[in-house]
Design a protein. Structure first.
Length: 148
């Protein structure tokens, strides 16, 4: 068994994937996808599903690592912004060298602040520096760095 990917349904997959490439050094894993047909309707439980997008290789995992799959469906439904304490999937996390510098990159590339940079010594694990922010489409991203 192997973990494969996490999907983000985006208003504009090109803009959002570019954000993750610029800020987090993700890499496009070709080809771009343009998918539709009865097989997709059956798999998703939707009618007339049409989507396009791309898979992004995550940093630190090589060419066969897990990906973020960013798709835009032809028909999208809006949802309320998720907070960290909502039930279900709430955020993705990146371990970074410099939380403050990465947060600045997030903000300079269309993201938003959510929380404030915080530090905590976690006994038996190390010193954590962490902050939650949002990507340009409002998805929560955790930035963390650890010193042991």
């Amino acid at each position: 068994m192997r973990y494969a990917h996490t999907n983000i349904a985006a208003r504009n997959w090109k803009v959002l994937s570019d954000f993750y490439v610029r800020v987090f050094a993700c890499r496009v894993d070709p080809p771009e996808r343009k998918l539709s047909g009865p097989w997709l309707d059956r798999a998703t439980g939707l009618k007339n599903a049409k989507l396009e997008g791309v898979h992004l290789l995550l940093p630190g995992h090589g060419d066969s690592g897990p990906t973020i799959e960013i798709f835009t469906y032809a028909q999208m439904h809006e949802s309320e912004p998720v907070m960290a304490n909502h039930r279900g999937f709430t955020h993705i996390a990146f371990e970074v060298d410099d939380v403050d510098r990465t947060l600045e990159k997030v903000l300079n590339n269309g993201g938003q602040s959510l929380g404030a940079v915080s530090e905590k010594t976690v006994e038996g694990v190390g010193d954590l520096k962490v902050v939650y922010c949002r990507d340009p489409e409002g998805n929560i991203v955790e930035l963390q760095s650890w010193k042991k």
